[in-house]
Design a protein around this ligand. Structure first.
Ligand code: OAD
Length: 257
C-alpha cells in the first residue's frame, strides 16, 4: 500500500528527514493548535506575540501561564509514533527529526532509548525549530533555566519573572513575530534540500518554515510523504499521502523497513 511505497525508498544510504508537528503529540494528550478543539479556539494567538512580550511582559506572562497549563498541564509521555521515529534513527534509517513541537517528547523518546542502549542515544539528531517550552531564557544574559520553578514564581505573582542579572525571562520558545533561531532554520533547509525521503508527520503545514520545507524537498526530487488525519496544503505535491493516525502509521512504516 501507500506506506510500503514510502518504505521502499528508505534505506540506510538514503537521507531521510522527518518534520513533525502537534499531531504527533496529540495521542500523548498534548492538544493541537488548529482543528477540532484546537488551542487557538480557546486562546487568542494575538496575545502571544513577541511584540506583546516586549511591551507588556507582565500581561504576557499572565496569559502564558494559562497557555502553558492548557498545553502541558497534564503529565504526558512519548507515544508509539515518537518511539518509532527514534527506532528508525537508532537503526540508521532516519537522519534528522525537525520538530515544531516545544513539548520535548522527541528528546524523551531518545533519552529512554539512551538509558536502555547507551551506545546510540547520544547522537539522536533532533532540531527543535520552535524551541523548548520546558525551559526559559533570560533575554539579557541569555542564561537558560528549567522552566518549572520560574513558572511557579510567575504563578505566585512575580510577573514578569526575572534573572539574577535583572533581565526578564522568556519561555524558550519562538513567539509569533519572532525570528526563528538562524542556525536551526538553515540546517533544516539544508536537510530538506538534501533529503531523498521527506516525511511530514502530524503538522497542518500552514506555519513557516513547515509550510515551505516540504516544497524544498519536492524541488530537490525527494520522495515526500505526508501523514495526517486531515488534508494539508502539501498533499497535492506529495508522492504519498497517508490519512491515518500517527500512532498507527509511523510504527507501521518503521516495521516495514
Ligand atoms: P497544528 O495544530 O496546526 O496541526 C496539527 C495537525 O495534526 C493537524 O493537521 C491535524 O490534522 C493533525 N493531527 C492531529 N492529531 C493527529 C493524529 N493523531 N494523527 C495524525 N495527524 C494528526 O500543529 P502544527 O502544524 O504543529 O507555533 O502547528 C505549527 C505551529 O503553529 C506550532 O508550532 C505553533 C502553532 O502556532 C508556535 O507556537 C510558534
Amino acid at each position: 500500500d501507500d506506506l510500503e511505497r514510502l518504505a521502499a525508498e528508505i534505506d540506510r544510504d538514503a537521507t531521510v528527514v522527518a518534520l513533525t508537528g502537534a499531531g504527533i503529540s496529540a495521542p500523548s494528550g498534548v492538544p493541537t493548535f488548529r482543528g477540532d478543539d484546537g488551542v487557538w479556539d480557546h486562546f487568542d494567538e494575538g496575545q502571544f506575540t513577541y511584540g506583546r512580550f516586549r511591551s507588556d511582559p507582565a500581561g504576557f506572562w499572565e496569559d502564558r501561564i494559562e497557555l502553558q497549563r492548557e498545553l502541558f498541564g497534564d503529565d504526558y509521555e512519548p507515544n508509539a509514533a515518537h518511539e518509532a521515529l527514534t527506532e528508525m534513527e537508532q537503526e540508521g534509517y532516519l537522519d534528522a527529526i525537525l520538530t515544531q513541537n516545544t513539548d520535548g517528547l522527541h528528546g524523551d523518546a531518545a533519552a529512554a532509548v539512551a538509558d536502555d542502549e547507551l551506545e546510540n542515544g547520544a547522537d539522536a539528531t533532533i532540531l527543535e525549530l520552535h524551541g523548548n517550552a520546558r525551559q526559559v531564557r533570560c533575554i539579557d544574559c541569555g542564561r537558560r533555566r528549567d522552566g518549572d520553578p520560574i513558572f511557579e514564581r510567575a504563578a505566585k505573582g512575580e510577573r514578569p519573572p526575572t534573572c539574577d542579572c535583572d533581565g526578564i525571562y522568556k519561555p524558550d520558545v519562538v513567539l509569533f513575530g519572532e525570528q526563528l533561531p538562524g542556525a536551526a532554520i538553515q540546517r533544516a533547509r539544508t536537510l530538506a534540500r538534501e533529503s531523498d525521503v521527506f516525511l511530514a508527520i502530524g503538522s497542518s503545514l500552514v506555519v513557516e518554515p513547515a509550510a515551505s520545507l516540504p516544497h524544498l524537498a519536492v524541488s530537490s526530487d525527494a520522495t515526500v510523504g505526508v501523514v495526517n488525519l486531515e488534508s494539508t496544503p502539501v498533499d497535492d505535491a506529495a508522492d504519498v499521502v497517508c490519512r491515518a493516525d500517527v500512532t498507527e502509521a509511523v510504527p507501521r512504516l518503521q516495521s516495514s523497513l
